[in-house]
Design a protein around this ligand. Structure first.
Ligand SMILES: Cc1cc2nc3c(=O)[nH]c(=O)nc-3n(C[C@H](O)[C@H](O)[C@H](O)COP(=O)(O)OP(=O)(O)OC[C@H]3O[C@@H](n4cnc5c(N)ncnc54)[C@H](O)[C@@H]3O)c2cc1C
Length: 395
């Protein structure tokens, strides 16, 4: 792996930085978790996504024939890193679900009609998607999903429930995993549908997280009728089709970029505030911890770029992507743990308090760093992959 960036990649990073420097207020420290989760925050982020779309930057790695810039994985990773490091607004259902996942799946498996209907709308930032995969009894073992889709003439009738559907309350569409053949071995009876969230029978109930914010949902499907034309790909082949669309940006750079930014703020806090200095003066352990975390944050960054580099070299990252996800999400938890110790009593204060340190976001980030080690494959599952596929240990 080449650890340096090419002149073209460096110029691209600068272009993204310049754009963000112009678009974000000079004292911008991010949206904050509760504003981000509010309707107003969603509207703000959506507007930002539209701005990116107008610039042709919403889907930089999409092929040119679909309106993208055919950017390499490394260029996409640079873009994502700058966006997250600078805490630019983003809509998970646009950037991380529609653009990074649904779009590429449609390009490979969509019918012409499906592509025409959705790809331009996604590219313009006008369609928000959610991902309806997990269920109460199907998370790590996703192939156990039980939501049933039964053929009835030209339609399928769907019954079941989905858990943890991020952004379902704002979504226009959902990419939905269903069981179409309950008699087949579990990986062989799954089909995917493109579900219009306004279809009768779809109910979205909020699930509040530890910070009290509404990001994820419980989505109930009761006698939901979907035309057969909204099936994505081949009947009962969904499991295998989804596995081949995982070629989007898989570096986990968003976690390491977020961690690096928070660590920088903690270090600045120690340097610039009296209470920060007081807690760290003579407290060698805190200084050592911050130095250690800074080294780990750089290591996390390199792990993420290794994944992007592999993808650009035509290799398929496997346990390497697991190492990056595991290390960077657990690193975030270590950083916020130290942040809580460092802020001392101030760590109890949330954003509304005038005495809150660092905008009161450290306790929020401390709590919201927990689900990151579950979402998108838990730490235990990543360790299993590293052990078996990376280290060759027996199952
Ligand atoms: C914030 C957040 C957002 C999410 N967004 C979405 C979304 O938009 N759409 C969607 O479909 N899903 C979403 N998910 C669901 C996510 O993919 C699942 O939470 C995840 O796959 C884990 O599944 P589970 O919660 O059912 O836990 P389980 O699979 O029940 O696991 C419970 C515990 O057992 C451990 N475990 C399970 N199997 C093994 C094993 N084989 N070996 C060792 N340990 C094991 C797990 O690591 C975990 O600690 C989201 C989750 C979170 C937390």
């Amino acid at each position: 792996m080449d650890f340096g960036f090419t002149a073209k990649q460096q110029a691209w990073r600068q272009q993204v930085r310049d754009f963000l420097g112009e678009e974000l207020p000079s004292d911008w420290r991010g949206m904050g978790r509760s504003f981000e989760a509010s309707d107003e925050g969603f509207a703000y982020s959506r507007q930002f996504a539209r701005k990116l779309a107008q610039k042709g930057w919403l889907a930089v790695s999409w092929p040119k024939e679909y309106g993208g810039r055919a950017a390499s994985h490394t260029e996409q990773t640079i873009f994502n890193e700058e966006m997250v490091y600078n805490r630019a607004p983003n809509v998970v259902g646009i950037q991380y679900i529609a653009v990074a996942f649904v779009g590429p799946a449609l390009m490979i498996y969509g019918t012409e009609e499906q592509k025409k209907r959705h790809l331009p709308a996604i590219l313009a930032g006008e369609e928000v998607w959610c991902q309806g995969f997990s269920e109460p009894n199907a998370g790590s073992d996703l192939a156990s999903l039980q939501t049933r889709a039964v053929e009835e003439g030209d339609d399928y009738v769907i019954n079941g429930e989905k858990l943890w559907t991020t952004g379902a309350h704002h979504a226009d569409w959902c990419i939905l995993g269903t069981r179409t053949d309950p008699t087949a071995p579990k990986h062989k009876g799954i089909s995917y549908f493109l579900l219009d969230m306004k279809t009768p029978g779809v109910t979205v109930e909020p699930l509040l997280d530890l910070t009290g914010s509404h990001h994820v949902n419980h989505t109930i499907l009761q006698d939901v009728k979907i035309p057969r034309t909204q099936m994505l790909g081949e009947k009962n082949r969904g499991w295998y089709e989804m596995a081949t669309t995982l070629d989007f940006e898989r570096s986990s750079i968003l976690y390491s970029a977020g961690a690096r930014r928070s660590l920088k703020e903690l270090v600045d806090y120690v340097k610039e505030t009296k209470s920060g200095r007081k807690r760290s003066d003579g407290a060698t352990t805190i200084r050592h911890r911050l130095a250690e975390l800074a080294i780990e944050a750089e290591a996390a960054r390199v792990m993420a770029y290794r994944v992007a580099w592999m993808q650009d070299a035509g290799k398929i990252p496997n346990y390497e992507a697991s190492i990056s996800k595991l290390f960077s999400t657990e690193l975030s938890q270590r950083i916020f743990n130290v942040g809580m110790q460092l802020l001392g009593p101030y760590a109890e204060l949330i954003p509304d308090s005038r005495w809150a340190a660092l905008g009161g976001e450290i306790p929020n980030s401390y709590m919201s760093s927990i689900p990151a080690t579950l979402a998108g494959g838990s730490s235990e599952i990543q360790r299993n992959i590293i052990a078996t596929r990376g280290l060759g240990l027996p199952r």
